[in-house]
Design a protein around this ligand. Structure first.
Ligand code: ZN
Length: 544
């Protein structure tokens, strides 16, 4: 535990329970500091292109999203609604609503109301159940394994037994409400693919079989993009089995989607342009993961808690992924809000005058898009020295993620230049892309270099510093040399792609050990960012 107020004495807990006094609260100053880490912002979303029918659909989906919030609050802890009811309006309740419970998601789940430690299994399992007890039940009654490990059941005690209860029974009344809202949305809907998805999803909620509706989701067309139901399993830190309810209710960004379709026509040219020998290039990957750009209108549940999502890749069901692939959805207005509230203050603090004058949201967002596209370029399967066929992922083992994220960043910027030269992207990006690339690095490094994205950025930053492409000027501000940087980007891309193409674990180990380090320059920069918000706290405009 990290905080001084986490473990009160047992007596005070017992006393508090006996007199049902309100639970002990963290000092006001602490709560205000935590709130200040999340910059408030109203998310703008352009609804002007929507039909009347789509607006009615949106109204019902916003009501559905409110039910998702209630469901997730219960999943985090069954005692949450009662605890919230006892809170007076003010900063503690505000933080409670952001975190969906009394535990601070920004600080390793330290409790700020009461002193109960958050159970690893959140509200999905009995709080006193151990991993061993769960495994013992499955070992002694193998027929229970499927329902116990299901993504869509909670585990409860019935007498001395553990039992698995499907979500639609455990949360039956809220699930019923959600079902009704989705059917009303479907009834108002004129876009056949969305209508089909909403109807199938409404039925799925009543039996927790999401396969057909996940398949239908892959085929969505029209101006609305809707994700609603139980999806990610991160909240279950005990086993990673149980899916949390969440919703993204979004409007498709037509202009960005058309740009991406243009870019997709150049995938083979980009592969051909990689700075490695032709024998290592990979022209038969296909495009199994389409990208869609949207504006978030409302989010709810799991995804709204704590740090905000800017992109997601769904569905998680491997059967759907095999049949239809998966869909990557980027939330452009969330990215813009983070850019303005968290990114600009960083570059103001760190960048020298020239690059600072050139940073732009467009350059930043295009790099993010090209990062995603670039995951689909370069070596995938390879042959070992012994002639065995394997994958880059298997060959590089635990180093794969950091090398792959680093590659996607570096090829992202490398391909931006290529697409500008081809005339696919506007020439105006040329002056801003390197400045924005340098400026963006410290946002990832702040989340830690042990994580794959932050680690990949540390590798880029340190290799560019070593070659003199990046440097710190006499005022302690960061700047770059454009010519050296172009050469350094090609060289880094070449090294990473060769490590992947040859499946060379030893080379990956040496490379990562040398460059994934927090250097004095990086620490010095990080110190200057302590006051900058780490994320945003969105509020959503009313439906006009
Ligand atoms: Zn990535």
């Amino acid at each position: 535990m990290k905080s001084a107020f986490s473990m009160g004495c047992i007596m005070s807990i017992l006393l508090a329970m006996a007199c049902s006094r309100p639970p002990k609260q963290a000092p006001m100053e602490y709560v205000k500091t935590e709130l200040a880490k999340l910059a408030p912002v109203t998310l703008e979303c352009d609804l002007s292109g929507l039909t009347e029918a789509d607006r009615t659909v949106l109204e019902h989906l916003v009501e559905a999203a409110a039910v998702i919030d209630e469901l997730f609050l219960l999943q985090v802890d069954p005692g949450n609604p009662e605890l919230r009811a006892g809170l007076a309006p003010g900063p503690h309740r505000e933080l409670f609503d952001i975190m969906f419970g009394p535990w601070n998601r920004l600080e390793a789940d330290v409790p700020f109301i009461g002193d109960r430690i958050k159970p690893d299994g959140a509200g999905y399992y009995p709080p006193d159940m151990s991993r061993e007890e769960f495994n013992r039940v499955i070992a002694s009654q193998p027929q229970l394994e499927e329902i116990f490990t299901s993504n869509f059941t909670v585990i409860r005690r019935s007498g001395s037994e553990l039992i698995a209860v499907p979500y639609h029974e455990a949360y039956s009344s809220l699930v019923g409400e959600l079902h009704a809202h989705l059917l009303r949305a479907a009834a108002a809907c004129e876009e056949p693919t969305l209508k089909n998805f909403l109807e199938l999803r409404a039925s799925a909620l009543l039996n927790d079989d999401y396969f057909d509706s996940d398949m239908a989701w892959m085929d969505l067309e029209g101006d609305l993009e809707v994700v609603i139901g139980p999806y990610e399993v991160y909240e279950d830190a005990l086993f990673g089995y149980k899916a949390a309810y969440e919703a993204f209710i979004c409007v498709v960004d037509r202009a960005e989607s058309e740009k991406l379709a243009d870019v997709a026509n150049y995938l083979n040219d980009m592969e051909a342009n990689l700075p490695i020998p032709d024998r290592y290039k990979n022209f038969n990957r296909g495009s199994s993961s389409p990208i869609k750009v949207v504006q978030e209108f409302v989010s709810a549940g799991d995804t709204k808690a704590g740090i905000q999502t800017t992109a997601f890749n769904l569905p998680n069901d491997e059967r759907v992924r095999e049949a239809k692939g998966s869909k990557k959805v980027m939330l452009k207005n969330v990215a813009r809000a983070k850019f303005e509230k968290c990114w600009i203050p960083i570059v103001n603090e760190l960048l020298a005058g020239q690059p600072l004058a050139n940073v732009s949201f467009d350059a930043y967002f295009n790099h993010v898009l090209m990062h995603e596209m670039s995951h689909g370029l370069g070596p995938g399967t390879l042959r070992t020295a012994e002639g065995e066929v394997t994958t880059v992922n298997k060959a590089l083992k635990e180093l794969y993620s950091v090398i792959e994220e680093c590659k996607a960043d570096v090829l992202g910027i490398y391909n931006l230049k290529f697409l500008i030269e081809k005339g696919v992207l506007p020439a105006a990006l040329r002056s801003s892309m390197y400045a924005s690339y340098l400026g963006g690095m410290f946002r990832s490094i702040r989340f830690g270099i042990d994580e794959a994205h932050g680690g990949g950025v540390a590798i880029q930053f340190n290799t560019y510093m070593e070659s003199g492409a990046f440097f710190m000027n006499e005022d302690g501000k960061l700047d770059f040399d454009g010519q050296k940087l172009e050469a350094a980007i090609s060289e880094l891309a070449r090294r990473l792609l060769l490590i992947q193409a040859q499946g060379d674990y030893q080379a990956a180990r040496e490379f990562v050990d040398k460059y994934r380090v927090l250097t004095p320059v990086m620490s010095q920069c990080m110190k200057r960012l302590e006051e900058v918000p780490i994320d945003i706290r969105p509020s959503y405009p009313e439906l006009p």
